[in-house]
Design a protein around this ligand. Structure first.
Ligand SMILES: [Zn+2]
Length: 215
């Protein structure tokens, strides 16, 4: 009899402890779940990437879209596009001639050209693109290309602030249609993919999408 009672008591405690452990695990899981999802500042895809270990920390500079606040343009070509951006990290925004170009990042103007009046898909036009090159504090340089004749509003040596109206888009140089070619290179002249502040948050741009400048 005593052994049977002992068994009952043992079984009771056994289940009691099991439950306590189960409860603890439940609480732990709830805690982790809440920590992960209650402040959902990440998109589903980012959470998926995090879980899969695919997210690398990104503390790179956040650029402003290189045109006037409120205006929106179609991104025709993005990084490594096959048309004319093979092995090149640059962006082509389709733009009517005369659209306002604004600095995507503050810096100092290191080069300009605005005397060209020709453009097309001939090799002889390669050096005919009107442009502005701005050097940033970290030594990287942003290039704004194909600007219109006399379409540069800044001079070499000028300091420009982020968002400053620096010129007008055009169709000069090696180009098939009026657009802005935007490209950033590091101190060694290697292309850099840059992220931008957009209506959809801070993202790397994708081709065939419209982007409106929100800053
Ligand atoms: Zn381009």
């Amino acid at each position: 009899m005593a052994i049977r009672y002992f068994n009952y008591i043992f079984i009771f405690f056994y289940y009691f402890w099991l439950n306590v452990y189960a409860m603890r695990y439940c609480l732990l899981i709830c805690f982790v779940f809440n920590a992960l999802f209650s402040n959902a500042q990440l998109s589903d895809s980012q959470i998926r990437d995090l879980k899969g270990g695919h997210v690398k920390p990104d503390n790179s500079y956040v650029y402003r879209l290189p045109f006037a606040t409120g205006s929106k343009f179609l991104l025709i070509q993005a990084y490594n596009s096959k048309m004319s951006h093979r092995n090149e990290l640059s962006l082509d925004f389709k733009m009517k001639k005369g659209s306002k170009i604004c600095a995507a990042r503050e810096g100092i103007v290191v080069a300009t050209k605005e005397d060209s009046n020709v453009g097309g898909l001939k090799d002889e036009y390669l050096s005919e693109g009107n442009h502005i090159i701005i050097q940033h504090a970290d030594g990287s340089r942003a290039m704004y290309w194909h600007l219109q004749n006399e379409g540069v509003l800044v001079n070499v040596g000028d300091s420009v602030i982020k968002g400053q109206h620096i010129g007008f888009s055009g169709n000069t140089g090696y180009t098939a249609f009026p657009h802005l070619h935007f490209q950033v290179q590091d101190v060694n002249g290697n292309d850099i993919a840059t992220r931008f502040n957009t209506k959809k948050g801070i993202i790397y741009l994708r081709p065939a999408k419209w982007y409106r400048c929100v800053q």
